[in-house]
Write a protein that binds this ligand. Sequence first.
Ligand code: AMP
Length: 235
Amino acid sequence: MGLTQTIAEPAGLSVQVKRRALILFGSPGSGKGTQSKYLVERLGIPQISTGDMLREHIQCGDEIGLKVRDLMRAGSLVSDELVNRLVEERLREPDTDRGFILDGYPLTLQQADTMSALLARLGIGQLVIHLVVDYTVIIARISGRRQCPACGTLYNATSKPPQVAGVCDLDRTALVIREDDRESVVRERLEAYDQKTRPLLDHFRQTGERVVEIDASSLKPDGVFEKILEQVQTK
Ligand code: AMP
């Protein structure tokens, strides 16, 4: 498998994809999940979201789920050791061979160190995409967020409302507020981001990773996506 692959698009255009980790970085509510989904569609590479993986464990009610449920409810981070293990196992799946998107990982210096060592061992480069958003915009955004408990589709009262208020467009299930999207929890998560995650930007710069900053406050999601694609295609 070559390091670069051309993915054909319906419009006849094509996007160059390098084999690397695209690290979507930004505070909770900065749009990482939405942008990940756009990238998955356009580039055909998988999204690895530690939040989604943990929620799946909670839904299964397995040992990991029981261990993390209360921490996630409170908006606290789960242990580095656990998420490092989940990511390492996920990278063994063959669908990651042409690159992948990391959404919500790494969130601490310990996770960043483990990730850098793992990617170096696997010979995979990194591109850090920092989605920059004002906290007041984030609180407004997250408080309008709803999710379909059946298929996982996310909606937003202002930016992506469902066709019928409170109901999923795809399967008509009643939408819910995600446990970790409640305002008190959001504030807790923003605090955790400030203390533990924001310092990673300096760490990435010091270790020589390419970090690109994208203004995700004023642009609409598709405008943010165009900016991300420009960077992904830059050598
Ligand atoms: P997210 O879906 O990315 O917003 O994450 C939801 C919650 O999952 C967070 O508030 C944390 O409790 C937990 N979580 C997700 N990713 C990580 C991670 N890399 N390290 C620790 N906790 C995480």
